[in-house]
Structures are given as structure tokens and as C-alpha cells.
Design a protein. Structure first.
Ligand SMILES: Cc1cc2nc3c(=O)[nH]c(=O)nc-3n(C[C@H](O)[C@H](O)[C@H](O)COP(=O)(O)OP(=O)(O)OC[C@H]3O[C@@H](n4cnc5c(N)ncnc54)[C@H](O)[C@@H]3O)c2cc1C
Length: 468
């Protein structure tokens, strides 16, 4: 429980209506979109909540909250819109939850230098629409664009669906404004590039609220593309489709959307256009019209050389139209199912082995009724895999079944040389597996950095960084 004296001081600093304590007011900020939290809440085995929700309106408000928290040794959990899927938000009664969604100002759009600055709590779609009015785009289109904040994107190292050309969030961040765990304000990023020591912005990219609260984000923009067109191909095997993707990327072409579905997912997502036993590779091509034409011609040749055959180009617009539909977790629980997605990545030489091992290991688990994958983010050096699994059973057994699936995916990925977290972050579900990416020494270094920045450990404890 939080001390009444702290709540009084918070109300004095922010205003009465900015400090919420009733069950009703805090109910929808008790956790993020992590399946396990939803499963436990649905089963009635998770009923924790933050001691209070504070709703700062400005950077000065955030500093006031953090200073009071530091003075009283109170933990603070930053909250954007709660669309994280890894359990980054699970505050208890002794913690404050800092809901940043009232910090929703578009600070500046500069269409000469192509940068825009936002309060960290600006909704992603609002940010994109604001720059779109000026003929610009951020180019960051996570499936959750309307459910997430600009500050949340940075905090989780997010990736958008058009990342293969526009990059991931770390390629877009120009400057950050952050309140450190003692209330100090730090502003990082002044020019398009710097050789001014280590890039400190990266301490906060992916910190998931453990190093401070991001209050302002400046993103580099693009002018909207002159042309866009779509291509789709049937892939006779996973290997053939991956080979085509690798050749396209390594030749220097950059279709912003490049997604390869295994045969099971091709059938599930594109039934009218799919061919039995074959996967599907779909691509968007964007940019100056002459480059789009050249890219399409080159991609057609490369695909044919890998024995891919043309599919109906309607597949791309169909995907575009339906791409953001997401059923609620509870719909699955009601049917006796737990379903989740897990994104990993690997170099080109490892990715097929990762796919095979995950399908074998997860498929062998009791209760698993489906496991499949697609890739959605390609690089010169490799590609991600985005697995979907479903496990069926009695409500009481779903939690153990869920964790077993996660364990199998994490271990198979690491065993074959992949990275265990492509873009959803670590949160609580991947915390035990962070060591696979960082090694013991890397995890120790992260703990050391955290100890230096936040010696009291008040920023989002229990998240991201494994206990020593
Ligand atoms: C349907 C759906 C689709 C999704 N699609 C994608 C996708 O395509 N690509 C992708 O990358 N992710 C995706 N996600 C995951 C999620 O949307 C992203 O992780 C997103 O970046 C989280 O933003 P948020 O504002 O909701 O953050 P929250 O969920 O509120 O917070 C996420 C983490 O960041 C911390 N945090 C939030 N704001 C701040 C801040 N200002 N300062 C410091 N720490 C902060 C929190 O403490 C927490 O640990 C999807 C999620 C859903 C539910």
C-alpha cells in the first residue's frame, strides 16, 4: 500500500484529478496485453493492481512524480497504452503507475529537415496522421499502431510492418528526452549523426521502463512515396522462399513489406489464393515510380530463378486491408485454447533449422494443436520468424502448457544460433531467456548499468533484467 502522505504530495504536485486510486480507475491499467496476465485475470488467479495511477501532463509533472518516488523509495511503472505483449506491466499495490497518455502534444513537425517531435504519450496513429497531413510519413507501422504510444515504441525497440525499407524504431529515433530515476532531465540527439562517445539514446531504446521515463521523442521522417505496388509468389518450400528473400535483400532491393508465410499460414490467411502444400511470399514496392518499376522487374527475375511462381497480386491489398484485425485472448480461453505469437530472428544460414526445430519441439508438446510461422522483417544478414502456437486443455492446465511452448521456442532458437527477441521486447515472459542473447557477462553489464542509473531499483522492478 502507498502511504497517504505520498498520495497527498502527488495530488499537490499534479492536481487531484491526476492521481487515481479507486479499483474502477486503475482496472484497465493493471497489466499489458500479455496473454498470461489475461489468462490469470480470466481465471481469477491474478487480482493485483497498482497502489495509484498518476497521469502527468508535462515533463515537469513526470519529474515531480519521479522525485517523490525516489525520495520515498517507491517503485514507478511507466505505461504508454498497455499494448506490450511480454508482461512489462504488472504493478502491485506498493507501486505507482505513471500513465503517459495525457502527454499527447505534437511538439513540432519540421518538413525541411524531416523530423517531428512528440510528447512520449502520443498515440502512434495520431503521430502518423499528423505528419501525413504534411505529405510525410514516419514509416513505422506496427500492427498495434492505433494501440501504442511513440514512447512505448522506443521503450520496446518496436518494429513496424514496413520495416524492410524504413527500418525499425532505432533507425528512426533522432532525439530523446528522458527523466532519469532521480528526476534529472537528459536530452540526447542534436544532429543527424554524432561521434560523441557511445550513443546514449540506446540505453533507453528497449529499456522497457527500467532506466527512466521517456517524455519526448523526435523521429526522422520520410516524404510519402510516389508509387506503391504489390507482388505475390507461391513458394514451393520454405528454403526456396528464404533464398529468394536473401537474394533480393543482398542485391540491394528494399521492398518495405516482405512477408513469407509457411504453407499452413498461407492457407489460413490467403485461402482463395493459396496452393496446397505451398507457402506464400508477398511484397510491397514503394518509392519513386522509376525505382518501383526497376525493383519489380528485378524481383520477378530473382523469384523465378528460385522457382517461385506468381500468385494473384490481390494477396497484398487483401493483407493490407485485414492486417490489423486481432481477436481477443478471452475468445480463445472460452474455447479451451491458449494462443500466442513469438518472434525471433536468425542469420540466413540458421533460420531454416530454427523453424524446423521449433515446429518439431512445440509440436511434440502435450495439448499443442497448431504451430506455424511467417517471416516479416528481412535484412541483408538474415530474417525474423514469427511463430504462432495454440494449445488446448482444461483451464487449469493452460498456464503450464503456455510456458512450455515459450520454453521450447526460446531454447530451439538459441540452440540453432538465433536471437530470442526480434521486436516485442523481453518483459517477464522472456526474462529467463535474456541470457541467450546477452550471455552471462552481458546480463551482468546490464545490471551494472541499471545499478548506476537507478541505484534504488525503483524503475519498473521485476521487468526485463533477471535477478542476480
Ligand atoms: C495487436 C498487437 C499488435 C502488435 N504489433 C506489433 C508490431 O507490429 N510491432 C511491434 O514492435 N510490436 C507490436 N506489438 C507490441 C506493442 O504494441 C509494442 O511493444 C508497443 O511498442 C508498446 O507500446 P505501448 O505504448 O502500448 O507501451 P506499453 O505496453 O504501455 O509499455 C511497454 C513497455 O515500455 C515501458 N514504457 C512505455 N512507455 C514508456 C515511456 N514513455 N518511458 C519509459 N518506459 C515506457 C513500459 O513500462 C513497458 O515495460 C503489438 C501488440 C498488440 C497487442
Amino acid at each position: 500500500m502507498l502511504a497517504e502522505s505520498l498520495l497527498t504530495r502527488l495530488r499537490d504536485a499534479l492536481g487531484d484529478d491526476r492521481v487515481l486510486t479507486s479499483d474502477e480507475d486503475v482496472a484497465d491499467r493493471r497489466h499489458d496485453y500479455w496473454v498470461l496476465s489475461h489468462l490469470q485475470a480470466w481465471r481469477g488467479t491474478f487480482d493485483d493492481r497498482p497502489g495509484a495511477v498518476v497521469r502527468p501532463r508535462s515533463t515537469a509533472d513526470v519529474q515531480a512524480v519521479v522525485r517523490l518516488a525516489a525520495e520515498t523509495g517507491t517503485a514507478v511503472v511507466p505505461f504508454g497504452l498497455g499494448s506490450g505483449v511480454c508482461g512489462g506491466i504488472r504493478p502491485d499495490q506498493g507501486m505507482l503507475l505513471a500513465d503517459l497518455s495525457s502527454m499527447d502534444r505534437i511538439r513540432n513537425i519540421d518538413d525541411v529537415n524531416l523530423v517531428a517531435s512528440f510528447d512520449a504519450g502520443v498515440n502512434g496513429l495520431v503521430a502518423e496522421e499528423a505528419v501525413a497531413e504534411r505529405g510525410l510519413t514516419i514509416g513505422h507501422w506496427p500492427q498495434s499502431i492505433a494501440l501504442s504510444t511513440v514512447g512505448g515504441w522506443v521503450s520496446t525497440r518496436a518494429a513496424g510492418q514496413f520495416s524492410t525499407a524504413y527500418g525499425n524504431i532505432e533507425d528512426m529515433v533522432y532525439a530523446l528526452e528522458v527523466v532519469l530515476p532521480d528526476g534529472t532531465l537528459v536530452e540526447l540527439g542534436r544532429a543527424p549523426r554524432a561521434a560523441a562517445g557511445p550513443d546514449l539514446r540506446h540505453i533507453f531504446l528497449g529499456a522497457e521502463g527500467t532506466f527512466g521515463i521517456i517524455t519526448g521523442v523526435t523521429l526522422a521522417l520520410h516524404r510519402q512515396p510516389e508509387a506503391r505496388t504489390w507482388r505475390a509468389f507461391h513458394t514451393p518450400s520454405l528454403a526456396a522462399g528464404l533464398d529468394a528473400q536473401r537474394r533480393i535483400m543482398q542485391a540491394g532491393w528494399k521492398p518495405p513489406v516482405m512477408r513469407q508465410y509457411d504453407a499452413r499460414e498461407a492457407r489460413r490467411n490467403f485461402k482463395p489464393w493459396s496452393t496446397e502444400g505451398q507457402g506464400m511470399l508477398l511484397m510491397a514496392h514503394e518509392g519513386p515510380a522509376v525505382r518501383v518499376d526497376a525493383e519489380v522487374a528485378a524481383v520477378d527475375d530473382l523469384a523465378a530463378s528460385c522457382e517461385l511462381t506468381r500468385a494473384d497480386d490481390e494477396v497484398g491489398p487483401h493483407w493490407m486491408e485485414n492486417r490489423n484485425h486481432v481477436p481477443s485472448w478471452e475468445e480463445f480461453f472460452e474455447q479451451g485454447l491458449v494462443v500466442d505469437t513469438i518472434e525471433v530472428s536468425g542469420p540466413w544460414t540458421a533460420v531454416e533449422a530454427i523453424y524446423d526445430a521449433v515446429l518439431a519441439d512445440v509440436g511434440a508438446l502435450n495439448g499443442v494443436v497448431a504451430v506455424s510461422a511467417h517471416s516479416s522483417h528481412a535484412y541483408r544478414t538474415g530474417v525474423n520468424l514469427y511463430f504462432t502456437f495454440a494449445s488446448a486443455g482444461d483451464a487449469a492446465d493452460l498456464e503450464a502448457a503456455y510456458l512450455a511452448c515459450w520454453h521450447a521456442v526460446m531454447e530451439a532458437t538459441a540452440r540453432h544460433g538465433g536471437g530470442v527477441a526480434h521486436h516485442h521486447g523481453i518483459g517477464r515472459v522472456r526474462r529467463p531467456y535474456l541470457v541467450h542473447d546477452l550471455g552471462e557477462a552481458g546480463v551482468d553489464l546490464l545490471r551494472t548499468l541499471r545499478g548506476a542509473v537507478d541505484p534504488q531499483g525503483i524503475m519498473n522492478p521485476g521487468n526485463l533484467i533477471p535477478d542476480a
